[in-house]
Design a binder for this molecule. Structure first.
Ligand code: G6P
Length: 608
């Protein structure tokens, strides 16, 4: 979603803003712009398209020269991507950039029109806010922002400059993320840490409806009621390199290769004497014994991690787990009460629908547990308990390592819960935990062993218009993610299907040469899946089978076989994920797509 940056300091502001916006490209955008104080006047440059288009435009028309300003990458919501709809937007004396949605912008626009403010150039909700700020501006920027905060509704973060307050940047947030970076004699605002990590690791988290005033290399915070507030300075625990490609052609492949380390870093601190121990996350065996039902609610890839979690928790701990899509769950008046545990999984911790679910279930007194990657994010702060995944920054829009660490947390939770409830013995819990500890090395071996195979097999997919991913049990849960990954970045239509359900309709889609990727890693279901593979092969499908090294399968059933190491079937998803990621990655590369920034997608979906 949109990215916001801002800068006040001695460097060339335009350069800093462009550099910082480049680091937010992963969020997804379709236009970009900046506003900089040049000789005391606000100069705006903006353009539809990529940041390179903006830079090209500035090279032709003149780059704003100054030391304070704001910048933006826009992911269109209100109004098509165009030069005029790009941010910044201005009223007469106010210029702003905005991430999020202003829900009541139509009423505000009408109010402004009724008060003779009719100069709207764009279709955006943002311009309405710029005009409203201008309408109330009486020479006191903070008072004006506070006034506007009382009138606008929605989730948003704003970067604001006032024409008569040169060299000063104002910022405010309501729901949408915003941080304030503090360097030596310079200050920044940004939607996310990677934007500023090149300049400083120290940052403040702006809270709901807090206002930041950036001036003279320092920042002052005040509340909605105008009270000056002190905030804690945080330090990012990763460096610039982790937000760079480090020699890989794309972030996605770098992040696939980072998975062994990410899993190790996530699970190691949560294992004590060979047993899972989530006490540092506020979770004790007593807590885990106390729930009647579990709900896992999330979006996209995180929801798919929850699907695997359901199979594993139900199998081991014998508790009923319902997995739901956050955008559906929030509107279906779910049957939840204080006896239930709701697990929200989210890489960013800022996804609008997942956040809404968290508030909803808290109102119904359910216990809430967040599984989140971004420290200090809204979901992490608002849940009763939080298990941080330690994947480090995930920049590619298509999630890989974040999914893998979410899986590892699902396993830890299932093991500890099953043990706490007396469903597995201590010995069994130790055995499972030890196997999980060995998984990072096996992921590493798997990547090395099959990367070339997947690269080759992907060349067989690039001409497909549509394909199916099939599997049973955990393989089915997993194939949902494999299918999503592939469609996100290869733009090939793909559907995941429970293998046994195919013959109830979907098998009619099979035509000569249509690719079917079968995940067949569950020994107990192998024969059944094999029959389903034969069924589609007999109808002309080109079959690609992901199975373990010892699986008894021949090339008369599978056109291509991707063999992965065998571990216990319950943990196979953590290994079988790798070929699915690599197939998606290389198909996208072979099609010449923009792998890290697939069209129309955003990394963090902060609007509904
Ligand atoms: C977007 C991203 C997905 C992600 C989903 C949920 O759609 O493109 O990769 O899985 O949001 O995001 P979250 O940050 O809540 O995990």
């Amino acid at each position: 979603m949109c990215g916001i940056v801002g800068y006040v300091g001695p460097r060339d502001c335009s350069d800093v803003l462009i550099e910082a916006l480049t680091k937010l490209e992963y969020r997804g955008y379709d236009s970009a712009g900046i506003a900089v104080f040049e000789n005391g006047r606000i100069k705006v440059a903006k353009s539809k398209g990529r940041l390179t288009d903006l830079v090209e435009k500035m090279n032709k028309e003149g780059k704003p020269k100054g030391h304070a300003g704001i910048g933006h990458t826009r992911w269109a919501t209100h109004g098509e991507p165009s030069d005029v709809n790009s941010h910044p937007h201005s009223g007469r004396r106010v210029t702003i950039v905005h991430n999020g949605i202003i829900e009541n912008y139509k009423e505000i626009k009408q109010f402004l029109i009724d008060n003779d403010r009719t100069e709207f150039l764009s279709d955006t909700d943002t311009e309405v806010v710029a005009q409203l700020l201008d309408f109330y501006y009486d020479g006191d920027p903070v008072r004006c922002i506070r006034r506007v905060l009382h009138e606008i509704r929605g989730s948003f973060a704003l970067g604001i400059v006032f024409a008569d307050r040169p060299e000063t940047v104002y910022a405010v947030r309501c729901e949408s993320p915003l941080i304030v970076g503090q360097g030596k004699g310079e200050v920044f605002i940004a939607s996310d840490v990677p934007a500023i990590i090149k300049y400083t690791k120290d940052y403040y988290l702006l809270d709901h409806k807090e206002i930041a005033v950036l001036r003279n290399g320092t920042v002052q915070f005040c509340s909605l009621h105008g009270r000056i507030i002190e905030k804690e300075l945080l330090t990012a625990d990763w460096d610039e390199d982790s937000a760079e490609k480090g020699g890989y052609p794309h972030f996605m492949i770098k992040e696939i290769h980072e998975q062994p380390t990410a899993v190790k870093t996530t699970i190691t601190p949560r294992i004590e004497n060979g047993l899972p121990d989530l006490s540092e996350c506020g979770i004790t065996p007593e807590t885990l014994r106390g729930f009647k039902n579990i709900f896992i609610v999330a979006c996209g890839t995180a929801m798919h991690a929850g699907m695997v979690g359901k199979y594993v928790i139900e199998k081991l701990a014998r508790v009923s787990v319902t997995v739901d899509i956050a955008s559906e769950f929030r509107y279906r008046d779910p049957l939840i009460d204080e006896n239930d545990l709701v697990i929200i999984i989210s890489q960013s911790g800022e996804t609008a629908d997942s956040k809404a679910v968290l508030s909803l279930v808290k109102q119904r007194n359910a216990k809430t547990l967040a599984v989140v990657n971004v420290k200090g994010s809204s979901i992490a702060r608002e849940a009763d308990m939080v298990i941080y995944t330690h994947a480090g920054p995930e920049i590619a829009v298509a999630s890989t390592k974040a999914y893998m660490v979410q899986l590892s947390v699902m396993y830890l939770l299932a093991f500890e819960m099953a043990f706490a409830k007396g469903r597995i013995s201590e010995e069994e819990c130790r055995r499972l935990t030890l196997e999980l500890v060995r998984v990072p090395d096996i992921i590493d071996q798997t990547i090395k062993r099959i990367e070339n195979v997947c690269r080759y097999v992907s060349t067989k997919l690039i001409t497909a218009d549509s394909l199916l991913y099939i599997g049973r049990g955990l393989d089915y849960a997993l194939s949902m993610e494999g299918s999503l990954k592939l469609k996100e970045i290869s733009y090939i239509h793909s559907e995941s299907y429970a293998a046994g359900e195919l013959k109830h309709g979907t098998i009619s889609l099979i035509t000569e040469g249509m690719p079917v990727i079968a995940v067949a890693t569950q020994n107990s279901l192998f024969e059944k899946t094999l029959s389903n593979i034969k069924e589609v092969k007999a109808r002309g499908a080109m079959t690609i089978v992901i199975c373990d090294q010892k699986a008894d399968i021949d090339f008369d059933v599978a056109n291509y076989i991707v063999r992965i190491p065998r571990i216990s079937e319950m943990l196979m998803p953590m290994i079988a994920t790798v070929p699915m990621q690599l197939l998606a990655y290389y198909t996208s590369v072979n099609k010449g797509n923009d792998v890290d920034k697939p069209r129309n997608l955003a990394k963090s979906v902060t609007v509904e």
